[in-house]
Design a protein around this ligand. Structure first.
Ligand code: SF4
Length: 728
């Protein structure tokens, strides 16, 4: 073993660089090579800043600035001025984005005017373009950037919009009930002696013919001829009481409300919110009961003998969800860092009691020292525990996402706010000071890409099973372990190169200066083939390799490529992260082990039922519907002649390959595509038996047969052969 490899292995296995030969990464300001193109976000057109909009007919609550500008460009950039207006509006967009990124906040109109004044100085054409656009700007609202305050601001705004719609509906309903109940009392009074008195008749005429009209005579006639339709005193009292309850409610600020104050529903602690809920519960029950009784009264269907006992115990066992859906939801905004034991217990109580609470738990740091100590790292530990607990309760809407992805998940977020019952919204802000100055948007996006903070939605109202309720769809390339991206660069001989690279947990941690000790830079003069791609290292079982070390491609501030060795501790963490991602994938129906195992068994049964060459397969021999389908897809009644294969030989049923890329991503030298874009084993010696078995497990149609191991010294063979048996 050469000296370089020995030094590199020592660092990898022990994290010790005492002997020198490798550089510390402290102060080098390195970042993952795939982030090289994102040093300055201001010229990029992406989801931020967001405009918080109100009263939209489509109920949307936010719109990206770039999207708003596109609308204005489409409306105004026509004819000879088209190119000019287009360019000037993009200039304005960038100027506003720069203002917001450097801390400016407030209304779009204010930011627009300030940016337009600065840009237009000495340029009349630019001033003209921007004035024309300003005259066509029909919306306004606060602009928010992706930063620490975004989750609370955006979710708070969306929640307010949702409550405003509910308040409008509630107000309309209360107004209708109050009007109808008042009509009942008015009609009763008009029919009473007091209502028919000369004095009342005179006052109801107002001015005009009053002086010459004999109200006394009219009162006598009406009093003698009136039908006896007076309300019973019980009904009159009930209607009067209903009116008082409806008009004095403090849950919504409606135009007819008598109460001068309404309750607040936004809190920053679960215990305060729960206390408010408990204190208001009797009034909430009284109001819900009043609404229901009022409906019966108006229809004339209230029967005291039948209904009084029923409504006496109304709400004693809690309210129905349809009753609760009339009232405001409570919003609680928490920071995971402040979530103490008692507060967490109250959160669990709220979620498990199906209370109408929407709880935002914001996480600002997703890498922390594990509570077990020993230098272990925990990735998004608290948010994972919370989300698992909430999904386990089954009736809680759960949405998890980095803040950078919240606009993309706006429909799911709105579903969560509309959900009748509790919702947990777990958001990683991306505002991590130790991430080498990376903007929060980029940190959030990196957490999503690296599977450190995956996005998912669990919606109990979407159906009865996991397939309907759980979705991982908003993660990049969710069928893969890590998403792949093209990296283009120039090599040492100034030749253009490009390669597909995964973005892994290792890349994410490498951005964080607190964990620089897990990496060591290899000076370029010492680069060699022993520096293996870290992602493929992670994909292999945990065993000591003495011929290579895992390395990451990074760039320095001048965008020069650098290679870092990763220590074994972090490789283990990456394996754990990959394994947790696999569990999430299974919940989301991706590479589901039960389904894949069943497929493998069915395939085996089908293979056993396939008759020898030249003999027609009896239909009775097919063991299940799946087998019939598979056989039918072969489109022939007679099995084609097959080459005799040794059971020890590895092979792929190439003609059945669906070109899903799973195997070629594991090892593109071992697996390759033929002219039909179907996979075959190109070089069995180009990889390990572990990779063969992993490819077989990942193959969506179970057509990779790993055979027997070729290298008897490969570590972990016992376990690998057991896993391979399924694909024999
Ligand atoms: S994993 Fe299976 S289906 Fe996918 S490309 Fe490879 S052989 Fe084809």
């Amino acid at each position: 073993m050469d000296a370089d490899l020995q030094t590199q292995l020592r660092f990898h296995l022990t994290g010790n660089n005492a002997g020198g030969g490798l550089d510390t990464t402290d102060g080098l300001a390195l970042r993952p090579a795939l982030l090289a193109g994102y040093r300055d976000l201001r010229p990029l057109r992406y989801d931020f800043p967001l405009l918080l909009v109100t009263d939209r007919p489509d109920a949307s609550f936010a719109q990206p600035l770039s999207n708003l500008m596109d609308g204005l460009i489409a409306k105004l950039a026509h004819g000879a001025d088209a190119a000019r207006i287009h360019q000037h509006l993009l200039q304005l967009e960038q100027a506003i984005r720069t203002q917001v990124a450097t801390g400016a906040s407030g209304l779009l109109s204010a930011r627009w005017d300030q940016a337009a004044a600065a840009l237009g100085q000495g340029d009349p054409l630019l001033t003209e373009s921007l004035s024309r656009a300003r005259a066509n700007l029909k919306v306004d609202g606060d602009l928010v950037d992706c930063q620490a305050t975004l989750p609370a601001a955006l979710i708070g705004h969306a929640w307010k919009q949702t409550q405003a719609r509910r308040a409008a509906q509630f107000g309309q309903n209360i107004r209708r009930l109050v009007l109808k109940l008042s009509d009942i009392l008015k009609a009763d009074f008009a029919n009473s002696d007091a209502g028919n008195s000369a004095e009342n008749l005179k006052s109801s005429f107002g001015c005009g013919p009053g002086d010459s009209f004999d109200f006394e005579a009219m009162s006598r006639i009406l009093t003698h001829s009136k039908p006896n339709k007076a309300l019973s005193s019980g009904r009159r009292d009930r209607v009067t009481q209903l009116l008082a309850t409806l008009q004095s409610q403090q849950f919504f600020a409606t135009p007819d409300a008598v109460a001068t104050t309404t309750y607040a529903f936004a809190f920053d602690s679960c215990s305060a919110a729960l206390q408010a809920w408990r204190e208001r519960l009797p009034r909430l029950i009284a109001l819900a009961r009043a609404v229901t009784v009022a409906e019966l009264e108006i229809k004339g269907e209230y029967n005291a003998t039948k209904h009084d006992p029923l409504f006496a115990s109304f709400g004693e066992n809690g309210l129905e969800t349809r009753d609760l859906a009339l009232f405001p939801d409570y919003l609680v905004r928490l920071n995971a860092g402040d979530l103490s034991g008692p507060e967490q217990a109250t959160l669990t109580e709220i979620l498990s009691a199906d209370l109408p609470f929407k709880v935002l738990v914001q996480t600002d740091d997703v890498i922390e020292a594990s509570p077990v100590g020993n230098g272990h790292l925990a990735f998004a530990l608290r948010s994972r525990q919370l989300a698992s607990m909430a999904m386990g309760l089954s009736g809680v809407f759960v949405l998890q996402s980095p803040a950078s992805n919240l606009y993309q998940l706006r429909a799911a977020l709105q579903r969560g706010l509309d959900f009748v019952g509790p919702a947990l919204l777990s958001v990683f802000s991306g505002a991590v000071p130790s991430m080498g100055g990376l903007p929060a948007y980029l940190v959030g996006a990196a957490a999503l890409e690296s599977r450190v903070f995956p996005a998912f939605c669990f919606d109990p109202s979407a159906g009865a099973d996991w397939a309907s309720r759980f979705s991982l769809a908003s993660n990049p390339q969710p069928t893969l372990d890590w998403p792949l991206h093209a990296l283009a660069y120039e090599d040492a001989h100034c030749q253009a190169q490009s390669q597909q690279m995964p973005f892994t947990l290792l890349d994410f941690v490498a951005c964080d200066t607190r964990y620089a000790r897990h990496f060591a830079r290899v000076p370029q003069a010492h680069w060699s083939d022993s520096l293996a791609d870290a992602a493929s290292f992670v994909a292999q079982p945990d065993h000591a390799q003495h011929h290579s070390v895992p390395s990451l491609l990074m760039v320095d501030p001048d965008n020069r490529l650098q290679k870092l060795i990763v220590d074994a501790k972090l490789i283990r963490e990456a394996r754990r992260c990959r394994s947790m991602w696999h569990s999430l994938q299974e919940l989301g129906g991706i590479h589901n082990s039960h389904a894949e195992r069943l497929m493998a068994q069915e395939r085996k049964l089908w293979a056993q039922a396939t008759p020898p060459a030249g003999v027609a397969a009896p239909v009775a021999a097919t063991a299940s519907a799946t087998v019939v389908l598979l056989a039918a897809s072969n489109d022939t009644a007679v099995a084609p002649p097959q080459t005799e294969r040794s059971p020890d030989e590895a092979y792929i049923e190439t003609s059945r390959c669906s070109t899903c890329n799973e195997c070629t991503q594991i090892n593109s030298k071992m697996f390759a595509y033929d002219d039909n874009r179907q996979a075959y084993i190109a070089d069995i010696n180009a990889g390990s038996y572990a990779q063969l078995v992993e490819a077989a497990e990942n193959c969506q149609v179970s057509i990779i047969h790993p055979g027997k191991p070729r290298n008897p010294n490969e570590p972990g063979l016992d376990e690998l052969q057991k896993r391979a048996e399924l694909f024999a």
